[in-house]
Write a protein that binds this ligand. Structure first.
Ligand code: NAI
Ligand code: ENO
Length: 362
Protein backbone atom coordinates (compact mmCIF):
# COMPACT_ATOMS: atom_id res chain seq x y z
CA UNK A 1 0.00 0.00 0.00
CA UNK A 2 1.27 3.46 -0.89
CA UNK A 3 0.21 6.02 1.72
CA UNK A 4 3.03 8.52 1.32
CA UNK A 5 5.07 9.46 -1.73
CA UNK A 6 7.71 12.06 -2.56
CA UNK A 7 8.05 13.52 -6.05
CA UNK A 8 11.45 14.99 -6.89
CA UNK A 9 11.02 17.29 -9.91
CA UNK A 10 7.63 19.03 -10.00
CA UNK A 11 7.39 19.61 -13.74
CA UNK A 12 4.85 18.20 -16.19
CA UNK A 13 5.42 14.53 -15.34
CA UNK A 14 6.17 14.83 -11.61
CA UNK A 15 3.15 17.04 -10.96
CA UNK A 16 0.90 14.79 -13.08
CA UNK A 17 2.02 11.75 -11.06
CA UNK A 18 1.46 13.70 -7.83
CA UNK A 19 -2.04 14.78 -8.90
CA UNK A 20 -2.95 11.19 -9.84
CA UNK A 21 -1.68 9.88 -6.47
CA UNK A 22 -3.58 12.63 -4.61
CA UNK A 23 -6.80 11.33 -6.21
CA UNK A 24 -6.15 8.07 -4.31
CA UNK A 25 -5.64 9.93 -1.03
CA UNK A 26 -1.84 9.49 -1.07
CA UNK A 27 0.04 12.15 0.92
CA UNK A 28 2.55 13.65 -1.50
CA UNK A 29 5.70 15.61 -0.69
CA UNK A 30 7.14 17.70 -3.52
CA UNK A 31 10.66 18.94 -4.15
CA UNK A 32 11.99 21.00 -7.05
CA UNK A 33 15.08 23.23 -7.19
CA UNK A 34 13.00 25.73 -9.21
CA UNK A 35 10.93 27.55 -6.57
CA UNK A 36 8.33 28.78 -9.12
CA UNK A 37 7.56 25.26 -10.30
CA UNK A 38 7.44 24.02 -6.72
CA UNK A 39 5.03 26.76 -5.63
CA UNK A 40 2.76 26.27 -8.64
CA UNK A 41 2.63 22.49 -8.16
CA UNK A 42 1.69 22.99 -4.49
CA UNK A 43 -0.90 25.64 -5.40
CA UNK A 44 -2.73 23.32 -7.79
CA UNK A 45 -3.04 20.71 -5.07
CA UNK A 46 -0.32 18.26 -6.12
CA UNK A 47 1.14 18.05 -2.61
CA UNK A 48 3.19 19.83 0.02
CA UNK A 49 6.72 21.12 -0.34
CA UNK A 50 9.37 19.05 1.45
CA UNK A 51 12.94 19.91 2.28
CA UNK A 52 15.03 16.84 1.36
CA UNK A 53 17.46 17.69 4.16
CA UNK A 54 14.67 17.50 6.72
CA UNK A 55 11.99 15.25 5.22
CA UNK A 56 11.13 13.16 8.27
CA UNK A 57 10.56 9.40 8.11
CA UNK A 58 10.94 7.72 4.70
CA UNK A 59 7.90 7.74 2.40
CA UNK A 60 6.74 4.50 0.76
CA UNK A 61 8.06 5.55 -2.63
CA UNK A 62 9.93 8.47 -4.22
CA UNK A 63 9.71 9.34 -7.92
CA UNK A 64 12.53 11.25 -9.57
CA UNK A 65 10.81 13.10 -12.43
CA UNK A 66 13.72 15.30 -13.51
CA UNK A 67 15.47 15.58 -16.92
CA UNK A 68 17.39 12.39 -17.85
CA UNK A 69 20.90 13.82 -17.36
CA UNK A 70 20.23 14.78 -13.73
CA UNK A 71 18.25 11.66 -12.74
CA UNK A 72 21.23 9.57 -11.47
CA UNK A 73 22.56 12.39 -9.24
CA UNK A 74 19.07 13.36 -8.03
CA UNK A 75 18.39 9.69 -7.24
CA UNK A 76 21.63 9.38 -5.31
CA UNK A 77 20.85 12.55 -3.34
CA UNK A 78 17.31 11.32 -2.59
CA UNK A 79 18.63 7.94 -1.41
CA UNK A 80 21.31 9.56 0.76
CA UNK A 81 18.63 11.79 2.31
CA UNK A 82 16.55 8.66 3.01
CA UNK A 83 13.45 10.14 1.31
CA UNK A 84 11.76 6.77 0.77
CA UNK A 85 11.99 2.99 1.04
CA UNK A 86 11.62 2.55 -2.73
CA UNK A 87 12.67 4.75 -5.68
CA UNK A 88 11.73 5.07 -9.31
CA UNK A 89 12.22 7.62 -12.09
CA UNK A 90 10.34 8.72 -15.18
CA UNK A 91 13.14 9.38 -17.66
CA UNK A 92 12.32 8.70 -21.33
CA UNK A 93 15.60 6.79 -21.78
CA UNK A 94 16.73 3.92 -19.63
CA UNK A 95 20.00 2.13 -20.47
CA UNK A 96 22.31 5.15 -19.96
CA UNK A 97 20.43 6.41 -16.90
CA UNK A 98 20.50 2.99 -15.21
CA UNK A 99 24.21 2.43 -16.02
CA UNK A 100 25.13 5.87 -14.66
CA UNK A 101 23.04 5.33 -11.51
CA UNK A 102 24.90 2.07 -10.84
CA UNK A 103 28.27 3.67 -11.65
CA UNK A 104 27.88 6.55 -9.17
CA UNK A 105 26.79 4.22 -6.39
CA UNK A 106 23.00 4.44 -6.21
CA UNK A 107 21.35 1.63 -4.25
CA UNK A 108 20.03 -0.53 -7.09
CA UNK A 109 18.02 -2.83 -4.78
CA UNK A 110 15.53 -0.08 -3.89
CA UNK A 111 15.49 1.52 -7.37
CA UNK A 112 13.12 0.35 -10.10
CA UNK A 113 13.67 2.41 -13.27
CA UNK A 114 10.41 3.52 -14.90
CA UNK A 115 9.01 5.36 -17.90
CA UNK A 116 5.35 6.38 -18.11
CA UNK A 117 4.33 6.46 -21.79
CA UNK A 118 1.96 9.38 -21.36
CA UNK A 119 3.04 12.93 -21.89
CA UNK A 120 2.49 16.04 -23.89
CA UNK A 121 4.36 18.72 -25.78
CA UNK A 122 4.17 21.20 -22.89
CA UNK A 123 6.47 21.45 -19.88
CA UNK A 124 6.10 22.50 -16.28
CA UNK A 125 3.45 21.95 -13.61
CA UNK A 126 0.91 24.25 -15.32
CA UNK A 127 0.49 21.62 -18.04
CA UNK A 128 0.09 18.73 -15.58
CA UNK A 129 -3.05 16.62 -15.47
CA UNK A 130 -4.04 13.74 -13.26
CA UNK A 131 -5.30 11.65 -16.22
CA UNK A 132 -2.09 11.97 -18.27
CA UNK A 133 -1.24 8.28 -17.86
CA UNK A 134 -4.71 6.76 -18.01
CA UNK A 135 -4.61 3.67 -20.23
CA UNK A 136 -0.97 4.29 -21.21
CA UNK A 137 1.82 1.74 -20.90
CA UNK A 138 4.20 2.38 -18.00
CA UNK A 139 7.51 0.65 -18.60
CA UNK A 140 9.43 -0.80 -15.65
CA UNK A 141 13.05 -1.88 -16.17
CA UNK A 142 14.00 -3.61 -12.88
CA UNK A 143 17.65 -4.66 -12.76
CA UNK A 144 18.73 -8.05 -11.38
CA UNK A 145 19.41 -6.36 -8.01
CA UNK A 146 15.93 -4.86 -7.63
CA UNK A 147 14.06 -6.22 -4.63
CA UNK A 148 10.66 -7.85 -5.11
CA UNK A 149 9.01 -5.41 -2.69
CA UNK A 150 10.43 -2.45 -4.62
CA UNK A 151 9.11 -3.84 -7.91
CA UNK A 152 5.68 -4.42 -6.33
CA UNK A 153 5.53 -0.86 -4.94
CA UNK A 154 6.48 0.77 -8.25
CA UNK A 155 4.01 -1.47 -10.09
CA UNK A 156 1.32 -0.27 -7.69
CA UNK A 157 2.33 3.35 -8.24
CA UNK A 158 2.01 2.94 -12.02
CA UNK A 159 -1.44 1.37 -11.62
CA UNK A 160 -2.59 4.10 -9.21
CA UNK A 161 -1.72 6.64 -11.92
CA UNK A 162 -3.92 4.70 -14.37
CA UNK A 163 -0.95 3.23 -16.25
CA UNK A 164 -0.51 -0.33 -17.47
CA UNK A 165 2.82 -1.72 -16.21
CA UNK A 166 5.02 -3.44 -18.81
CA UNK A 167 8.40 -4.97 -17.85
CA UNK A 168 11.30 -4.61 -20.29
CA UNK A 169 15.09 -4.65 -20.25
CA UNK A 170 16.59 -1.13 -20.56
CA UNK A 171 18.12 -1.76 -24.01
CA UNK A 172 14.89 -3.23 -25.41
CA UNK A 173 13.01 -0.25 -23.96
CA UNK A 174 15.34 2.23 -25.65
CA UNK A 175 15.01 0.50 -29.04
CA UNK A 176 11.22 0.39 -28.70
CA UNK A 177 10.85 4.06 -27.78
CA UNK A 178 13.25 5.02 -30.58
CA UNK A 179 10.63 3.60 -32.95
CA UNK A 180 7.43 4.86 -31.33
CA UNK A 181 8.50 8.12 -29.69
CA UNK A 182 12.00 9.46 -30.30
CA UNK A 183 12.35 9.10 -34.09
CA UNK A 184 8.73 10.26 -34.60
CA UNK A 185 9.64 13.35 -32.59
CA UNK A 186 12.54 14.17 -34.92
CA UNK A 187 10.35 13.46 -37.97
CA UNK A 188 7.70 15.82 -36.58
CA UNK A 189 10.39 18.46 -36.08
CA UNK A 190 11.58 17.96 -39.67
CA UNK A 191 8.06 18.59 -41.00
CA UNK A 192 7.67 21.61 -38.72
CA UNK A 193 11.09 22.98 -39.69
CA UNK A 194 9.87 23.26 -43.32
CA UNK A 195 7.08 25.51 -42.03
CA UNK A 196 9.65 27.91 -40.56
CA UNK A 197 10.50 28.81 -44.16
CA UNK A 198 6.91 28.77 -45.50
CA UNK A 199 5.12 31.82 -46.87
CA UNK A 200 2.45 33.23 -44.52
CA UNK A 201 -0.11 32.70 -47.30
CA UNK A 202 0.71 28.99 -47.29
CA UNK A 203 0.68 28.71 -43.48
CA UNK A 204 -2.79 30.25 -43.40
CA UNK A 205 -4.06 27.10 -45.13
CA UNK A 206 -2.88 24.88 -42.25
CA UNK A 207 -5.57 22.44 -41.19
CA UNK A 208 -5.79 19.66 -38.65
CA UNK A 209 -3.49 17.29 -40.58
CA UNK A 210 -0.36 19.41 -40.29
CA UNK A 211 -1.27 20.25 -36.70
CA UNK A 212 -1.50 16.50 -35.89
CA UNK A 213 1.82 15.71 -37.55
CA UNK A 214 3.69 18.60 -35.87
CA UNK A 215 2.08 18.61 -32.41
CA UNK A 216 4.98 16.84 -30.70
CA UNK A 217 7.49 19.16 -32.40
CA UNK A 218 6.23 21.72 -29.87
CA UNK A 219 8.14 19.85 -27.11
CA UNK A 220 10.97 21.48 -25.16
CA UNK A 221 14.15 21.38 -27.36
CA UNK A 222 16.37 21.25 -24.27
CA UNK A 223 14.65 18.15 -22.86
CA UNK A 224 14.51 16.49 -26.29
CA UNK A 225 18.20 17.15 -26.98
CA UNK A 226 18.94 15.28 -23.75
CA UNK A 227 16.57 12.44 -24.60
CA UNK A 228 18.08 11.99 -28.08
CA UNK A 229 21.67 12.22 -26.80
CA UNK A 230 20.87 9.33 -24.46
CA UNK A 231 19.49 7.11 -27.26
CA UNK A 232 21.58 7.97 -30.33
CA UNK A 233 22.08 4.57 -32.01
CA UNK A 234 18.51 3.25 -31.98
CA UNK A 235 17.10 6.64 -33.04
CA UNK A 236 19.62 7.02 -35.87
CA UNK A 237 18.70 3.48 -37.10
CA UNK A 238 15.03 4.48 -37.45
CA UNK A 239 15.83 7.89 -38.95
CA UNK A 240 18.07 6.29 -41.60
CA UNK A 241 15.25 3.94 -42.61
CA UNK A 242 12.84 6.91 -42.75
CA UNK A 243 15.33 8.92 -44.79
CA UNK A 244 15.56 6.04 -47.29
CA UNK A 245 11.77 6.00 -47.62
CA UNK A 246 11.68 9.77 -48.12
CA UNK A 247 14.48 9.67 -50.69
CA UNK A 248 12.63 6.87 -52.53
CA UNK A 249 9.41 8.89 -52.48
CA UNK A 250 11.16 11.99 -53.85
CA UNK A 251 12.79 9.90 -56.63
CA UNK A 252 9.45 8.47 -57.65
CA UNK A 253 7.89 11.92 -57.74
CA UNK A 254 10.78 13.24 -59.85
CA UNK A 255 10.04 10.41 -62.28
CA UNK A 256 6.35 11.50 -62.35
CA UNK A 257 7.53 15.05 -63.00
CA UNK A 258 9.53 13.86 -66.01
CA UNK A 259 6.50 11.95 -67.26
CA UNK A 260 8.31 8.66 -66.53
CA UNK A 261 6.49 7.70 -63.33
CA UNK A 262 4.78 4.38 -62.63
CA UNK A 263 2.58 5.43 -59.67
CA UNK A 264 5.14 3.81 -57.37
CA UNK A 265 4.61 6.55 -54.77
CA UNK A 266 1.63 4.45 -53.69
CA UNK A 267 4.04 1.98 -52.05
CA UNK A 268 5.01 4.28 -49.15
CA UNK A 269 1.37 5.30 -48.70
CA UNK A 270 0.26 1.64 -48.49
CA UNK A 271 3.09 0.72 -46.10
CA UNK A 272 2.35 3.81 -44.03
CA UNK A 273 -1.28 2.88 -43.66
CA UNK A 274 -0.36 -0.70 -42.74
CA UNK A 275 2.06 0.58 -40.08
CA UNK A 276 -0.47 2.95 -38.61
CA UNK A 277 -3.05 0.14 -38.43
CA UNK A 278 -0.64 -1.77 -36.18
CA UNK A 279 -0.78 0.87 -33.44
CA UNK A 280 -2.90 -0.67 -30.66
CA UNK A 281 -6.01 1.38 -30.03
CA UNK A 282 -6.48 2.24 -33.72
CA UNK A 283 -9.13 -0.46 -34.12
CA UNK A 284 -11.89 1.15 -32.18
CA UNK A 285 -10.83 0.66 -28.57
CA UNK A 286 -11.76 3.94 -26.93
CA UNK A 287 -9.09 6.25 -25.52
CA UNK A 288 -9.65 5.69 -21.81
CA UNK A 289 -8.85 9.28 -20.82
CA UNK A 290 -11.19 10.67 -23.45
CA UNK A 291 -13.85 8.06 -22.65
CA UNK A 292 -14.34 9.63 -19.22
CA UNK A 293 -16.13 12.55 -20.87
CA UNK A 294 -18.50 13.27 -23.72
CA UNK A 295 -17.43 15.84 -26.29
CA UNK A 296 -19.79 18.46 -27.69
CA UNK A 297 -18.62 20.51 -30.67
CA UNK A 298 -19.92 24.08 -30.68
CA UNK A 299 -19.48 26.36 -33.69
CA UNK A 300 -17.72 29.53 -32.60
CA UNK A 301 -17.53 32.77 -34.60
CA UNK A 302 -13.96 34.15 -34.83
CA UNK A 303 -14.68 37.40 -32.99
CA UNK A 304 -13.66 38.97 -29.67
CA UNK A 305 -15.48 37.57 -26.65
CA UNK A 306 -17.04 34.58 -28.46
CA UNK A 307 -15.39 32.00 -26.19
CA UNK A 308 -16.32 34.05 -23.10
CA UNK A 309 -19.97 34.11 -24.22
CA UNK A 310 -19.91 30.35 -24.82
CA UNK A 311 -18.43 29.67 -21.36
CA UNK A 312 -21.04 31.96 -19.81
CA UNK A 313 -23.77 30.03 -21.67
CA UNK A 314 -22.38 26.72 -20.34
CA UNK A 315 -22.26 28.26 -16.85
CA UNK A 316 -25.89 29.36 -17.22
CA UNK A 317 -26.76 25.74 -18.01
CA UNK A 318 -25.13 24.77 -14.69
CA UNK A 319 -22.54 22.50 -16.35
CA UNK A 320 -18.82 22.21 -15.51
CA UNK A 321 -16.42 22.07 -18.46
CA UNK A 322 -13.91 19.25 -17.76
CA UNK A 323 -11.71 20.09 -20.75
CA UNK A 324 -11.77 22.26 -23.83
CA UNK A 325 -10.01 22.05 -27.19
CA UNK A 326 -10.17 24.43 -30.13
CA UNK A 327 -10.23 23.16 -33.71
CA UNK A 328 -9.64 26.22 -35.78
CA UNK A 329 -7.91 27.29 -38.98
CA UNK A 330 -6.36 30.75 -38.69
CA UNK A 331 -8.12 33.36 -40.78
CA UNK A 332 -11.28 31.25 -41.11
CA UNK A 333 -14.46 32.95 -39.86
CA UNK A 334 -15.57 30.02 -37.70
CA UNK A 335 -13.94 27.58 -35.31
CA UNK A 336 -15.11 24.60 -33.31
CA UNK A 337 -14.91 24.55 -29.54
CA UNK A 338 -14.78 20.93 -28.37
CA UNK A 339 -16.19 20.88 -24.85
CA UNK A 340 -15.61 17.78 -22.71
CA UNK A 341 -18.31 17.31 -20.10
CA UNK A 342 -19.53 14.46 -17.89
CA UNK A 343 -21.64 12.09 -20.01
CA UNK A 344 -24.82 12.76 -18.01
CA UNK A 345 -24.45 16.53 -18.56
CA UNK A 346 -24.03 16.33 -22.35
CA UNK A 347 -27.71 15.98 -23.34
CA UNK A 348 -29.08 18.78 -21.13
CA UNK A 349 -26.14 21.04 -22.06
CA UNK A 350 -26.66 20.52 -25.80
CA UNK A 351 -30.36 21.35 -25.40
CA UNK A 352 -29.65 24.47 -23.33
CA UNK A 353 -26.97 25.77 -25.74
CA UNK A 354 -29.25 25.21 -28.75
CA UNK A 355 -31.99 27.12 -26.94
CA UNK A 356 -29.52 29.97 -26.39
CA UNK A 357 -28.81 30.08 -30.15
CA UNK A 358 -25.54 28.07 -30.39
CA UNK A 359 -24.91 25.53 -33.12
CA UNK A 360 -24.07 22.28 -31.28
CA UNK A 361 -22.85 18.99 -32.80
CA UNK A 362 -21.92 15.56 -31.49
N1 NAI B 1 7.44 15.49 -21.48
C1 NAI B 1 6.89 14.31 -21.63
O1 NAI B 1 5.90 14.18 -22.34
C2 NAI B 1 7.49 13.13 -20.92
C3 NAI B 1 8.66 13.23 -20.20
N2 NAI B 1 9.16 12.15 -19.53
C4 NAI B 1 10.39 12.25 -18.74
O2 NAI B 1 10.01 12.82 -17.50
C5 NAI B 1 11.07 13.62 -16.98
C6 NAI B 1 10.56 15.02 -16.68
O3 NAI B 1 10.11 15.61 -17.87
P1 NAI B 1 9.01 16.78 -17.86
O4 NAI B 1 8.19 16.69 -16.65
O5 NAI B 1 8.39 16.76 -19.20
O6 NAI B 1 9.95 18.05 -17.79
P2 NAI B 1 9.65 19.48 -17.08
O7 NAI B 1 10.64 20.41 -17.64
O8 NAI B 1 8.21 19.80 -17.16
O9 NAI B 1 10.00 19.18 -15.54
C7 NAI B 1 11.28 18.84 -15.10
C8 NAI B 1 11.40 19.35 -13.68
O10 NAI B 1 12.60 18.83 -13.11
C9 NAI B 1 13.17 19.87 -12.31
N3 NAI B 1 14.59 19.61 -12.08
C10 NAI B 1 15.65 20.01 -12.79
N4 NAI B 1 16.78 19.58 -12.21
C11 NAI B 1 16.44 18.90 -11.10
C12 NAI B 1 17.15 18.23 -10.08
N5 NAI B 1 18.47 18.16 -10.09
N6 NAI B 1 16.43 17.65 -9.09
C13 NAI B 1 15.11 17.69 -9.07
N7 NAI B 1 14.37 18.31 -10.01
C14 NAI B 1 15.03 18.91 -11.02
C15 NAI B 1 12.90 21.14 -13.10
O11 NAI B 1 13.00 22.29 -12.29
C16 NAI B 1 11.48 20.88 -13.59
O12 NAI B 1 10.50 21.36 -12.68
C17 NAI B 1 12.18 13.60 -18.03
O13 NAI B 1 13.16 12.67 -17.63
C18 NAI B 1 11.48 13.14 -19.30
O14 NAI B 1 12.36 12.42 -20.12
C19 NAI B 1 8.50 10.95 -19.50
C20 NAI B 1 7.31 10.79 -20.17
C21 NAI B 1 6.74 11.87 -20.96
O1 ENO C 1 2.92 14.12 -26.53
C1 ENO C 1 2.69 12.90 -26.59
O2 ENO C 1 1.67 12.45 -27.11
C2 ENO C 1 3.63 11.92 -26.00
O3 ENO C 1 3.47 10.74 -26.17
C3 ENO C 1 4.72 12.49 -25.24
C4 ENO C 1 5.79 11.66 -24.67
C5 ENO C 1 7.02 12.26 -24.65
C6 ENO C 1 8.09 11.63 -24.10
C7 ENO C 1 7.93 10.39 -23.55
O4 ENO C 1 8.99 9.81 -23.01
C8 ENO C 1 6.72 9.75 -23.55
C9 ENO C 1 5.63 10.40 -24.10
Amino acid sequence: MIDRAVVVGAGLIGTSIALALREHGVRVGLYDPDPRNLRLACDIGAGEAVDPADAGPPADVAVVAAPPAVVPRALLAAQRAGLAHVYTDAASVKAGVVAEAARIGCDMASYVPGHPMGGREKSGPAAARSDLFLGRSWVLCPTAEAGAKAVAAVTELARMCGGEPVTMAPGAHDRAVALVSHAPHVASSAVAARLAEGEPAALRLSGQGVRDVTRIAGGDPELWTEILKHNPGPVADVLEAMAADLAGAAERLRAEQRGAGDGGIRDILERGRAGRDRIPGKHGEPDRAAARYTELAVVLPDEPGALGRLFAAVGAAGVNIEDVRMDHSPGQPLGLAQLSVLPEAAGPLAASLKEQGWSVHG
